[in-house]
Design a protein around this ligand. Structure first.
Ligand code: 1CP
Length: 317
């Protein structure tokens, strides 16, 4: 078990070390990356660490003018909307992210037997930030390109796939023991459109990193679980909208599941958390393997003591 966004946002010790340090600067400072990655492992005793970084870090590293604005998220100065914009996306090289390699090397010593999960944003979710210029509710311009200019769309996805794949390989070579692909916003498309516009690219990513366990995560993907299972990951992440026994049926054989307690449940009294968490564990037995997690990231207002008790509960169940 581990928690998405266990490192950032809710921990007082995280807020303390981040004081006065912009997010992207923290992501480029090995000492801070190591400290923040270790914080939830020390406090909760979770079974895995998630590398402290952000999905836009490799884009920043190849020179895309972007920032992570507090309370907003990633904001891109010159959104990519045509063939000329596409040219600004060059391939990623290990020398672009020396702080990633350095921090993972240092973490290997600190973590001992605890595995480190490396990660990247998936091409659709990265494309949404690049095309919209920032967080988006409906992904209108993204879908407009996908449906209206499929050649440009696939060329963009292809370049992003190359960047994502190299970023995952850099983390694996440095010592990451598993990887997660975050396609947080892909629940916005239908299964048929996923198959046509996204699956060829995510399949290439998973096929390119066969050496470690691969986790594929998205939000609002109830209707996509079957096709997400086809993309080639070992584990499919499920949000809280579909119970895990039903998710196991939709994903099909040969895949483990990850999830899926609603992060908002942690804002309720402990007895509610306990009942719901035990239900997640019970339903998870229907899957071929189960990594306990939340259905999405830890909410900033979560009391760390609830996560501590939840970790103990899952470990004792
Ligand atoms: O445990 C951890 O904190 C791990 C580090 C981590 C990861 C895995 C961060 C730190 N970001 C991410 C991935 C990430 N970043 C995703 C995929 C995961 C998810 O769906 O939660 C996404 C969509 C982003 C983009 C992003 N970065 C957002 C979302 C904006 C939106 O569109 O709604 C935000 C708020 C950020 C900033 C960010 N990234 C991470 C932290 C701790 C923060 C907040 C920093 C700050 O406010 O200064």
């Amino acid at each position: 078990m581990w928690f998405m966004r266990q490192a950032g946002r809710s921990l007082p010790e995280y807020l303390k070390v981040r004081e006065g340090v912009p997010m992207l600067q923290a992501c480029a400072t090995p000492d801070l990356i190591v400290e923040i990655t270790m914080q939830p492992v020390r406090r909760y005793g979770v079974d895995a660490a998630i590398f402290f970084s952000d999905i836009v870090v490799p884009l920043k590293a190849i020179g895309i003018d972007l920032d992570i604005k507090p309370g907003v998220g990633p904001v891109v100065a010159d959104p990519i909307r045509d063939a000329a914009g596409l040219e600004t996306l060059r391939p990623l090289e290990p020398g672009d992210v020396p702080y990633v390699t350095e921090a993972i090397g240092a973490l290997a010593g600190e973590l001992g037997a605890t595995p480190l999960i490396g990660f990247a944003g998936a091409p659709f979710t990265l494309a949404s930030y690049l095309i919209e210029g920032g967080p988006s509710k409906n992904h209108d311009r993204t879908k407009a390109m996908m449906y209206g200019e499929p050649k440009l769309w696939h060329a963009l996805m292809d370049r992003l796939t190359g960047i994502v794949l190299e970023h995952l390989r850099i983390q694996i070579r440095a010592g990451a023991s598993a990887v997660q692909l975050f396609d947080s916003w892909v629940g916005a498309v239908s299964a048929a459109d996923y198959r046509e516009f996204i699956l060829p690219h995510t399949s290439r990513i998973f096929a390119g990193v066969p050496e470690v366990p691969r986790i594929h995560f998205g939000v609002g993907t109830g209707e996509l679980l079957g096709v997400l299972g086809e993309a080639g990951a070992d584990v499919v992440g499920v949000d809280w909208r579909v119970p895990l026994d039903e998710a196991a049926r939709r994903v099909g054989p040969g895949r483990a599941l990850q999830g899926n307690l609603d992060p908002a449940i942690l804002l309720a009294p402990w007895d509610v958390v306990e009942t719901r968490a035990l239900d997640v564990l019970r339903r998870g037995r229907a899957a071929e393997g189960h990594i306990f997690n939340l259905g999405h990231g830890v909410l900033p207002s979560t009391d760390p003591d609830q996560l501590k008790r939840l970790t103990e509960l899952v470990h004792s169940a």
